[in-house]
Design a protein around this ligand. Structure first.
Ligand code: DC
Length: 228
């Protein structure tokens, strides 16, 4: 999968972890604090699944879905995400969009199709990238690798609160069940599974706030030559 040797032109911070561990919030805040760019790699899998559905491509047809991934026409502008010129910022955040993203993310040729697109986000002065395989596959030379996690219960409670805020009430047990299914698929797939690397710092946010997690990552960065 690692198609060519990768040297990074500027520092990359890789933040990997399971669904609803708070990666997006934390990675965004770290990027803001450092003035770095931000890559939400999960959004690319969500966009691929959505584009496939909109093109009436079956999510089981790996060849066709990979072609969709290669041809994706996307733009990230601030908080807004465009797909072929249409604002899909909210459409890609639904539970079903997440489940579909997890399905297409298990396809090796889809991951290959998105690899260089993700690496193209590296831009001076630096990048914070979040996902499942940022430290293992996409940016193995990242200067800081973080495995951000939290207990299933804590993650489910956070996800439930987000759903309620968006006016989509759900039942905690259902959210726990969905998270376990997604964890299971992301951890056990043969390509680029979610794993904690030996060189990744473990950050468990079950008992700490997003702000505290951000502070911890910034502390790890401060000690490195790339940030002096
Ligand atoms: O982080 P997220 O929930 O937006 O990700 C959606 C799905 O995409 C998730 O179930 C796993 C997959 N994903 C992946 O396989 N690799 C990544 N780097 C990012 C996301």
């Amino acid at each position: 999968m690692n198609l060519k040797p990768l040297t990074l032109s500027c520092p990359v911070i890789a933040i990997d972890g399971p669904t609803a561990s708070g990666k997006g919030t934390v990675a965004n805040q770290v990027a803001d604090a450092l003035g770095f760019h931000y890559l939400d790699s999960g959004a690319l899998y969500r966009l691929t699944a959505l584009a496939a559905a909109r093109a009436n491509v079956a999510l089981t047809d790996e060849v066709a879905v990979a072609e969709i991934a290669r041809a994706l026409e996307t733009r990230f502008t601030g908080e807004t995400i465009l797909l072929s010129g249409n604002d899909v910022t909210h459409d890609i955040r639904t539970e079903i969009a997440g489940q579909n993203a997890s399905l297409v993310a298990a396809m090796p040729s889809v991951r290959t199709a998105l690899l260089e697109r993700q690496r193209a986000f590296v831009e001076s002065p630096g990048l914070v990238a979040d996902g499942r395989d940022m430290g293992s596959v996409v940016f193995p030379a990242a200067v800081v690798k973080v495995f951000l996690t939290a207990s299933v219960e804590a993650r489910a409670t956070r996800r439930l609160n987000q759903l309620i805020q968006k006016g989509n009430p759900a039942i905690l047990q259902d959210v726990v069940k969905e998270l376990r299914i997604r964890d299971e698929r992301d951890i056990n797939r043969p390509v680029a599974p979610l794993i904690r690397l030996a060189d990744a710092q473990l950050l468990d946010t079950t008992e700490i706030s997003a702000n505290e997690a951000v502070e911890q990552i910034l502390k790890w960065c401060k000690n490195l030559p790339a940030f002096k």
